[in-house]
Design a protein around this ligand. Structure first.
Ligand SMILES: [Zn+2]
Length: 180
């Protein structure tokens, strides 16, 4: 490896750098140096200050990017949640507990309907008295199962949103801590 001798632009110490090295840290004063070459000389220039400023600028751009990403995520989630809520006509977002209560109620309702149909069959009532309760029972069960599926989908979306948001916020916090 061919090396060249240069002087630190900050403290004047002699440094040996590999021929193609562009950046070097002074072993005496720890300055960040850029090795510059002209046709007949090699010298160094201190770059620490420029680098620090560039870092800070890149960091504040990253902060803005993260903030924008969080805002967009919130907006997207607002519209997803709004979709769920409008389907439920103002009853708020679907909850697991609500879906479970709905399913329990539907099972109870279906049992009542099916036993009514059974009684109608035993007493020899016209077929309509069996068909209607059976239909109502099934309808309630299907609606409750769909409600459960809907609530599960909603919960999955919500936790994906929250995880992503937490991740972005903690990256933002880490960056703000570095700044201080
Ligand atoms: Zn130096």
């Amino acid at each position: 490896m061919t090396t060249v001798s240069v002087r630190c632009n900050h403290c004047g110490a002699p440094l040996d750098v590999a021929e193609n090295t562009r950046f070097v840290t002074c072993t005496f004063c720890n300055s960040q140096l850029e090795v510059k070459r002209t046709e007949n000389s090699v010298f160094t220039e201190e770059v620490a200050r420029i680098a620090r400023n560039t870092d800070r600028m890149a960091e504040s751009l990253e902060v803005i990017k993260l903030q924008n990403e969080i805002e967009q995520l919130d907006r997207e989630w607002d519209s997803v949640r709004g979709g769920y809520e409008s389907k439920r006509r103002g009853k708020g977002p679907p909850s697991r507990a609500g879906a479970a209560v709905g399913l329990l109620f539907a099972v109870f309702f279906a049992i009542v309907c099916f036993s009514m149909a059974g009684m109608a069959s035993n007493t020899g009532a016209p077929g309509i008295f069996q068909m209607v309760p059976i239909g109502m029972g099934f309808f309630a069960l299907i609606a409750a199962v769909m409600g459960t599926v809907n609530s599960t989908k909603y919960q999955t979306n919500r936790s994906a949103y929250q995880n992503r948001r937490d991740e972005l916020v903690s990256r933002l916090d880490a960056m703000k801590r570095d700044d201080a």
